[in-house]
Ligand binder design. Structure first.
Ligand code: ZN
Length: 237
């Protein structure tokens, strides 16, 4: 793994070369690494020069990402479940029936495992149940927000899809909107902003001034919310 060292911090760098990228180098920073996207043909010295030039920014965002509870696939890290911007402790219970459940009880999540669950399966099952639960919750929460936006701003959505995106929160194709189920880990104001962003794309496909004006109208706190999202290192598409 390639790394970059800035002020005694060694930060992993992940490189992806993509045919879709024509010339420029793109960067995303999260709590795991600096992700660099390059065109298919690139020179390592250009990547190194890019990293050198951006080192101040890399360090700043990477340190911030370390401090934050960010979106992660590893839901059970530290036995805490991020949900709507808060981290909840997770309690594991071995159940008496063949059913599992995951409930929020008095500020703690309680995961009840099916009876006879093998110790070695617990990690895998936890991931599976949490993902399922996040999927259900995000469908509910996002649908509610979409309906609210439709009423308030007269947008018209044909279909809402909840997806397992790796590096984006949402997408809009014509009148269909797609969201990462993981956004349910964010505070509601950020979920709202992400919904507004994608719904504004029904009207304006790019991020030009018309799009920006509409988004600002839908979410007056757009600059604050965009900054919060930027600090988490993943860009909206
Ligand atoms: Zn966008």
């Amino acid at each position: 793994m390639k790394t970059i060292t800035i002020n005694n911090f060694t930060i992993p760098v992940r490189l992806t070369a993509s045919a879709r990228r024509k010339r420029s180098i793109a960067m995303q920073i999260d709590q795991q690494w600096v992700h660099i996207r390059t065109p298919l043909r690139f020179r390592m010295q250009d990547v190194d020069a890019f990293l050198q030039k951006k080192q101040h920014r890399i360090l700043k965002h990477w340190q911030k990402a370390q401090q934050k509870a960010t979106i992660t696939n590893d839901f059970v890290k530290g036995d805490a479940i991020p949900f709507l911007g808060k981290n909840y402790p997770l309690d594991l219970v071995h159940g008496w029936s063949t059913k599992w459940s995951l409930e929020l009880l008095h500020d703690r999540f309680q995961l009840t495992l099916p009876k006879n669950t093998n110790e070695s399966q617990i990690g895998e099952l936890m991931q599976k149940y949490l993902k399922k639960r996040y999927m259900q919750q995000s469908k509910e929460i996002i649908s509610r927000e979409v309906i609210r936006c439709e009423k308030e701003f007269g947008c018209s959505v044909q279909e809402i899809y909840i997806k397992n995106y790796k590096a984006k929160y949402g997408q809009c194709i014509w009148q269909e909107v797609f969201f990462s189920y993981k956004i349910v880990q964010f505070p509601l104001c950020i979920i709202r902003h992400i919904v507004c962003h994608e719904l504004a794309h029904i009207e304006h496909k790019n991020h030009g001034p018309h799009f920006k004006a509409l988004l600002r109208q839908m979410d007056p706190e757009t600059p604050k919310h965009e900054q919060r999202i930027r600090e988490n290192g993943i860009m909206l598409e």
